[in-house]
Design a protein around this ligand. Structure first.
Ligand SMILES: [Zn+2]
Length: 451
């Protein structure tokens, strides 16, 4: 048997509690001993008894001594429970029947007054298999009692769980620092709360905060990150899981060092729905609105179109940032990206040299694959007439890189080409005037056979 009490379990409630304990005591998780655990009880129970904290606790541990109105001597009762748990803690073994650590045995089953989203004791119809509760060992139960310290208030409670020690360390450090300042100022505001009610927006805010405020080589990390948005409230316990794709984290970690970081902030702003930007005065007015950029990043959908401001014919973020997104998040082949960029460059050059804004409009307005190929075909013919040395693209490029899945990917190619044209023609477009109508008349459409 080792001399170690805590190692990470993969259970988000237990691991969150271990990180909270580690920060409170100021030791690495694996170094915590029973004496350390005893030293934090008084401070934390007193904190939980303050009005805002006890209100938050209703969503985490309903019916425990703090949240059970029938209990009078709350502090004493809850402290005794914690001390009793410590007395029953054993060091990590090789095996055991605890469902969190699997390395120690269960003494009593735990219900939702101790572990969120578990059983209701005698009200067995609320938990699977009619069990009265879940099998957690005393050490894991003890850790979970400190979970509220690293939980973020967002209508329900939001919990971050990652296999990256750096992420968990910084997050728990931030949460415990906040608690210390609540204690120092005698102003108890409950779990970390920044006015977010929308969990998706909150989790991007949390990730960005960690990336920006802690100087780590984040691009070397490949963390798995999950956010648990839960409530253990008596009337309607609930849990929604938000996994953050590793590639999305790596992309977000890359952006702040990029020269176009402020463009990225504009791209994110364009994702908010139902916002009248003319009237907005502060972030609070829109920060809980659904954000398409965040939602699409979480669900693995493309955000290319948010890089393109079609109304002002502007390419936000520049090709370099977009390219990074395509490679890192969309896993797009480098050759395809290069081919699309080259065609975008050639088209831009053609449009500028022949002063042909009509072609630009047509590239913008094409609404099916056939129509789009026809426009490219016309440009190919005109370029040849103008004496161009090289074709617009090779047959190989066409098949493999520009439209690899034909009808399925042509919109993506259209958007990327347009982005590149806007970027290259930035000054020329300003000269043309951005108020230029995008509408192309039907009779201006030229129909030729397919390429
Ligand atoms: Zn355990």
């Amino acid at each position: 048997m080792t001399e170690v009490i805590y190692d990470f379990t993969g259970n988000p409630f237990v691991d969150g509690g271990i990180w909270a304990l580690s920060q409170l005591v100021g030791k690495k998780p694996g170094e915590l001993n029973k004496d350390d655990l005893e030293t934090v009880i008084d401070e934390v129970v007193s904190l939980y008894l303050t009005p805002k904290w006890s209100k938050n606790l209703y969503q985490i541990f309903p019916n425990n001594p703090i949240t059970n109105n029938a209990v009078k001597d709350k502090k004493e009762r809850y402290s005794l429970i914690l001390i009793d748990l410590i007395n029953n803690i054993t060091n990590l073994g090789d095996y055991g029947d605890c469902i969190a650590c699997g390395r120690r045995n269960v003494v009593h089953k735990s219900a939702k007054d101790k572990i969120p989203l578990t059983g209701s004791k005698k009200l067995i119809n609320y938990f699977s298999y009619g069990s009265e509760g879940a099998d957690y060992c005393p050490a894991c139960i003890f850790a979970v009692q400190f979970l509220p310290l690293v939980t973020y208030f967002c209508a329900n409670m939001l919990l971050i769980h990652s296999n990256s020690d750096k992420i968990m360390h910084h997050w728990s450090e931030r949460a415990i620092t906040n608690i210390h300042s609540q204690i120092a100022s005698n102003n108890y505001t409950g779990c970390l709360n920044e006015g977010f009610k929308n969990p998706k927006n909150a989790l991007f805010h949390i990730i960005q905060n960690i990336i920006l405020h802690y100087d780590e080589r984040w691009y070397l990390e490949k963390p798995s990150i999950d956010f648990y948005h839960f409530t253990n409230f008596n009337q309607g316990p609930n849990l929604v899981l938000y996994p953050v794709p590793t590639q999305v984290f790596r992309f977000l970690a890359y952006i702040p060092q990029h020269e176009k970081f402020t463009d990225w902030l504009r791209i994110v702003r364009r994702g908010y729905k139902f916002v009248d930007w003319e009237k907005v005065k502060e972030e609070n007015e829109y920060k809980n609105n659904p954000n398409n950029v965040y939602e699409r990043l979480l669900s693995g959908k493309s955000i290319i179109r948010f890089f393109i401001d079609r109304k002002n014919r502007e390419a936000l973020g520049g090709w370099d940032l977009l390219e990074h997104y395509l490679e890192e998040v969309r896993d797009m082949d480098e050759k395809r990206i290069e081919a699309i960029k080259k065609v975008g460059d050639e088209l831009a050059e053609y449009i500028r040299s022949s002063d042909d804004i009509k072609t630009l409009k047509k590239l913008e307005m094409a609404n099916n694959y056939r129509n789009y190929r026809n426009i490219l075909r016309i440009v190919i013919k005109k370029r040849i007439e103008n004496g161009a040395d090289e074709p617009l693209f090779s047959f190989d490029d066409y098949v493999k890189n520009l439209f690899p899945e034909g009808n399925l990917t042509w919109r993506e190619t259209q958007d990327l080409i347009l982005f590149r044209i806007y970027e290259v023609l930035h000054d020329w477009i300003i000269q043309q005037g951005v108020s230029e109508e995008l509408i192309v008349n039907e009779d201006e459409e030229e129909v030729v056979e397919d390429v």
